[in-house]
Each structure stands twice: as C-alpha cells, then as structure tokens.
Design a protein around this ligand. Sequence first.
Ligand SMILES: Nc1ncnc2c1ncn2[C@@H]1O[C@H](COP(=O)(O)OP(=O)(O)OP(=O)(O)O)[C@@H](O)[C@H]1O
Length: 336
Amino acid sequence: MGVLNVKELKAYYKTDIYGVSRTVQAVDGISLEIHENEIFGIAGESSCGKTTLIKALSGTIRPPLTVMGGEVVYNFEDRSVNILSLRPDELRKISWEKISYILQGSMSVLNPVRKIHKTFYDFFEAHRKIENQQDFMKQMRDHLGKLGLPADVLKSYPHQLSGGMRQRVTIALATIFKPNVIIADEPTTALDVVVQRGVLQLLREIQQEQKNTVILVTHDMAVHANIADRVGIMYAGRIVEDAQVDDIFENPIHPYTKHLINSLPMIGDKSYKGSIPGAPPNLADPPKGCRFHPRCPYVMGICREEVPPMVNVESERGPRRVACFQISKEGDNGKS
Ligand SMILES: Nc1ncnc2c1ncn2[C@@H]1O[C@H](COP(=O)(O)OP(=O)(O)OP(=O)(O)O)[C@@H](O)[C@H]1O
C-alpha cells in the first residue's frame, strides 16, 4: 500500500459558454501508487494535464473542473482518506500539516508586505497554538539552520531576497510540520540552472531527513533526472509509463517516452534531434483508443480502437508499468 493510491481518476473541465458545451478530458483514467519516502516525478509536455492532476491530488476541485470518477486515497499513519470526499474544514486540517505544497513562484505563499518571520508566525499559528514567542522563533531559526538558510532571512521582506532564496524559504515553510507528502509544482521553473541545482539539492536533503514523499511535477526532464526516484510520463491526460528514473532515461519503453528522451540534448551528441510528426491532441476531442496513436510510428489496428491498459513490465530496478499494445499484446502473444 502506497502513501497515495490514485484509482481510475477522471477530472474534466465542463464549460457552457453562450450555449456551447465543451468538455476537456484533462485527466482521464489515471491510476498510480506513490510510496513513502520517495520522490515521484510527473513529466509531460504543456497541456497534458499535469496541473489538473495536481488539483485533484490536492483536493482543490473548483468549477469548471469536475471529478467524473475515481478516488485519491492518502494512507497516513492514523487513517486513510479519500481527499475528494473531504469537507472543506477537513481538507484545511490536513493541508500543510500532512500534505504541503511548493508552488512555482514563491510570492503566492510569501506575503510581500510582511517580513518572513511574520509570515512564518501567521502560517504556524493558523495550524497550531504558539505558547511562547521566543521558543517559536528559536524553533524557526533551527529549522532554517537545518536547511542551510541564514537566520537573517527571517528579518527580511520577500522582495529583499533573491528568487532562489525565496524558493528556499517556501521549502522551509512547506516542511515546518514534517508533512507526509509534499506536492511540488514546477518548483524551479522560474530559476536559472545554477540556482535551480541548489534548490533541488535542498529539497532532496530535507526529504531525506524528514522521509516525506515528494510529488514533483515539471515538464523539465533534467529536473527529474537530477532528483526523482521514479517518474510517471503523462501524455494527453493519461499516464503512459512509470518506472524508476534510470529505467526511464536508459531504457524508455513507450514510444512517447522514447521520443521525449531521445529529443533531450546531450553534451557531445551532435546528432539531429527530430520531432515526431503531428501535435498533441485537443483534449476536448481526443482520438479514440490510445491517445498517442495518430503520432505513433508503431501504430497497430487495436491502438485506434481500444485504450491500452497499464501492464507491469519486469525490471531489476523496481516496479515498472507501461500502457502500450506493443507490450501488452506481445505478452498475450496476440499481435494485431
Ligand atoms: N479552467 C479551464 N477550463 C477549461 N479547460 C482548461 C482549464 N484549465 C486547463 N484546461 C485545459 O485542460 C488541459 C490540461 O491543462 P493543464 O493545465 O492541466 O496542463 P499542464 O500539463 O499543467 O500544462 P502546463 O505545463 O502548460 O501548465 C489543457 O487542454 C487545458 O487547455
């Protein structure tokens, strides 16, 4: 049993503008098991549904987003909860204490007109009673110290800090309560590569110390290569492959994953990096069967008709699954 079990999750945007109804199938039948004490990366190009998946995993479903089916179950030490069936007050109770967030652009959590120590105070007080202000400040300084941050940042306003430092402060905020799960959405996208490396290292260090599970969403494959233990590859609202990070990079199986990996620039490799023909589908009108089939160089008849199931594939490195009829039909000895 994982710390998070997602079963057959479907989340669609349903809009009705001037009498024209539109349904965007942004997350369509995702099942996942994410384990304790791992960094699970979710990768995929723009508009494949990563943010929508995160909204569902964090229970923040607002119209026009609608959950059409499935469940998102967190297994904490004391209980299991389907986050999609929690009342707002129940959701507030577990947010930040058991499930916390590191978002792109630190300013969405740091109040620009309050010094950092006041933000920490407000944030902490919203969840737990502060008995003694001095003890609290010492606790905050110790926490920042563990993260290698100077205590001085507490006296600063957010605008006085660099982007990298602000993102480190948001990591400190997100880990104050030692949450079971941290959802990080494009945490380093706004930072340059050198600062990015430091922020990722910090995230890895605190994860190793606190043994949390990190769900890291980014389109940047280099970030996954750097920090993830396992990676799930999304294409057009579905997970097409998930495996240990080394399996994904060294031996991708799904034709889309292969394309994604082969298109990465490598030092010293001067070969031509071609792109696959076509474009990702419109999720308001996705193709039948496998959503990658119109672009797949290995397409078979069945791919145009049926959705390929996720099947387990053997790997010495750990659990590995792929949704491709090339694999499942070979296993069945039933090539079509
Ligand atoms: N509020 C909305 N109303 C209607 N459709 C939406 C809405 N938000 C997102 N979508 C659509 O849902 C699909 C998935 O979008 P989503 O933002 O989840 O993708 P993403 O992978 O996070 O993309 P990016 O990396 O660009 O943020 C896209 O087709 C997008 O246009």
